[in-house]
Design a protein around this ligand. Structure first.
Ligand SMILES: Cc1cc2nc3c(=O)[nH]c(=O)nc-3n(C[C@H](O)[C@H](O)[C@H](O)COP(=O)(O)OP(=O)(O)OC[C@H]3O[C@@H](n4cnc5c(N)ncnc54)[C@H](O)[C@@H]3O)c2cc1C
Length: 349
């Protein structure tokens, strides 16, 4: 999967570094959005000598980052940088400029410097030993406070008036005219955690071109038969290789009642989404035994199997709870529908 925290943080880090030479101690910068991108921008700006004020509309900061840590916070990936970069697809040239300045290894060092030990999982992904995000966020907030960064929660930016930024706060409206502003408002997924995407039309009204929000890191609907769904919903597919077009992703997938989800699917989700948008459907191929050569597989299947059916043998190999039928999955057609999931209804990333 692409690693949004690494991306957001690297982007913020890199932009702040580019700006820092022109900052003087007298400059005030307001950062709007206290997710990982905004907090990283605040840290870099404070290090560069700016007076930094962070605003977030929620009662507490970094809610999505904290939610991300619930299932095990995947910080980044340990693979070589050139392979890591391919995860950015068409955004690679742009992303390369800032990831060069703050690499996945830099991110890991940064996390360790906050007192959070990390480890590389069997998939090559990097996690904090604590798995969750809360100790990291606590240590980060303490460091920001020590750097003099002020954080205003329940401070919702609602656009501009007469050249001033307008904030809605429990004490009423506040107008601010900082020397510079950093917008780190997140996207439009999981709005209950703060990032509701409401800002897009405000920026468009100012003449900025805003790319439409599109789903990323999502599961896909699949028209399973009722029999397949009843038998296999909840079945993890471990160590599989999923292929779409010329891209293959290794990892886990999960059969869901609605379709399919999991790391290997999320890694392909941008390409799958584009195919569904243009062709109204997409096909994937799932190799349940990517490390076993076809010849080896044929040999094993040709051996006498006593009373066990072919499906039972396949299930044993694959670690499935029940025999799949047919034994090897064929390309799975996705139905025409693909769009942003109703808010929060697909716990994918
Ligand atoms: C369930 C789940 C699991 C995830 N797991 C991982 C993972 O393991 N690894 C990983 O790298 N990523 C993961 N992610 C993704 C990761 O959390 C996001 O990519 C990351 O939080 C994005 O950071 P951000 O700072 O750009 O935006 P956000 O974290 O969304 O922060 C934006 C902030 O802006 C504030 N804001 C928005 N509008 C306004 C406004 N008008 N005024 C004031 N404040 C405003 C919001 O309240 C919010 O706090 C996961 C996400 C989810 C939902």
């Amino acid at each position: 999967m692409t690693t949004p925290i690494a991306s957001a943080a690297a982007s913020a880090q890199s932009h702040a570094m580019q700006q820092s030479p022109s900052l003087t101690t007298s400059r005030t910068v307001h950062v709007i959005g206290a997710g990982p991108a905004g907090l990283m921008a605040a840290e870099r700006l404070a290090q560069a000598g700016a007076t930094v004020v962070v605003h977030d509309r929620m009662p507490s900061v970094a809610r999505k980052l904290l939610m991300a840590g619930r299932g095990g916070l995947n910080l980044t990936h340990s693979e070589p940088l050139d392979r890591f970069m391919t995860r950015y697809g068409p955004a690679q040239p742009t992303a390369a400029a800032w990831i060069d300045r703050f690499t996945p290894a830099d991110l890991t060092d940064w996390v360790e410097a906050l007192g959070q030990e990390t480890f590389v999982g069997s998939s090559g992904r990097v996690f904090p030993k604590a798995m969750k995000a809360s100790p990291l966020v606590r240590a980060w907030l303490a460091r920001l406070e020590a750097q003099g960064v002020q954080i205003h929660t329940r401070s919702r930016w609602s656009g501009w008036r007469d050249g001033a930024l307008v904030f809605e706060t429990p004490d009423g409206e506040r107008l601010e005219r900082p020397d510079a502003v950093v917008l780190a408002l997140g996207g439009a997924s999981w709005p209950r955690l703060g990032s509701d995407g409401a800002w897009a039309p405000w920026l468009e009204a100012q003449g900025a071109s805003v790319s439409p929000f599109r789903p990323a890191n999502v599961g896909f609907d699949v028209a399973w038969s009722a029999l397949f769904r009843d038998r296999f919903a909840g079945q993890p597919l471990k160590g599989v290789a999923v292929t779409h077009g010329d891209r293959t992703a290794r990892g886990e997938a999960m059969i869901a009642r609605y379709g399919i989800e999991g790391g290997a699917i999320y890694a392909l989700s941008a390409a799958l989404r584009t195919t569904v948008e243009t062709e109204e459907r997409a096909e994937i191929q799932i190799d349940l035994k990517p490390d076993v050569a076809v010849g080896q597989l044929t040999d094993r299947l040709s051996k006498p199997r006593g009373k066990a059916s072919l499906s039972t043998i396949c299930a044993r190999w694959s670690g499935w709870s029940r025999p799949p039928s047919p034994c090897c999955m064929r390309p799975v057609p996705c139905p025409p529908r693909l769009g942003p999931w109703p808010s929060g209804s697909r716990p994918c990333r």
